[in-house]
Design a protein around this ligand. Structure first.
Ligand code: AKG
Length: 191
């Protein structure tokens, strides 16, 4: 029962950082246009595409938008080696999970086309944090955020959005916001 969980602010999760409006619109469009059209077709469950280096040129450029301290401290100034493109139609999600140990510390997720809420959970302490992933944004997980916290995208057609602030939302000031088709690009290094 998620109502018994304590909602905590993003800043309290060590290793979790969120960067809205990270990608220029023209790069978002170039990436969307370079991907196979079939990835976006169909209205049932979304599709996935796994890529390894060398990436297509606009996807390679996503390395340039990673925070410099993340690149230097976590990836030791090496670029991403593996990326996964995941399409979500309304109703799609991803179950609570930690990323596989074959991937190194430091996971970067860029969001495209539509906004969607990702939920971080620490089951041992019943803590949770809703993070609104806006299109063009970047979310980065390292350390505890990557190895201790679970992340998920609830399987539903929309999200409850606070009209005032993303934190401390109460039921009264939330509006139901339907989702549109979204895709994400997760950038990782391999251990
Ligand atoms: C994963 O690839 O492990 C994810 O959690 C992707 C989440 C997303 O699509 O934003």
């Amino acid at each position: 029962d998620v109502s018994s969980w304590t909602q905590v602010p993003l800043e309290s999760i060590t290793g979790l950082s969120y960067y809205p409006n990270r990608l220029p619109l023209d790069l978002q469009n170039q990436i969307t246009n370079v991907l196979p059209k079939g990835l976006f077709s169909g209205t049932n469950s979304g599709r996935q595409l796994h890529l390894y280096v060398p990436f297509p040129e606009p996807i390679q450029r996503l390395n340039n938008y990673l925070p410099s301290e993340f690149l230097s401290d976590v990836w030791k100034n090496q670029p991403a080696e593996a990326s996964i493109i995941q399409v979500y139609n309304p109703g799609d999600g991803i179950i609570p999970h930690k990323d596989l140990d074959m991937f190194a510390d430091g996971v970067a997720i860029y969001s495209f086309l539509s906004d969607m809420t990702m939920v971080f959970k620490l089951p041992s302490k019943k803590l949770k944090c809703d993070v609104r992933l806006q299109k063009g944004s970047l979310v980065v997980m390292r350390g505890p955020a990557r190895y201790e916290w679970l992340h998920e995208i609830p399987f539903r057609g929309g999200d409850w959005i606070s009209s005032s602030s993303q934190d401390n939302a109460t039921a009264s000031n939330q509006t139901w916001t339907p989702r549109n088709q979204r895709f994400s690009i997760t950038m990782r290094r391999i251990v």
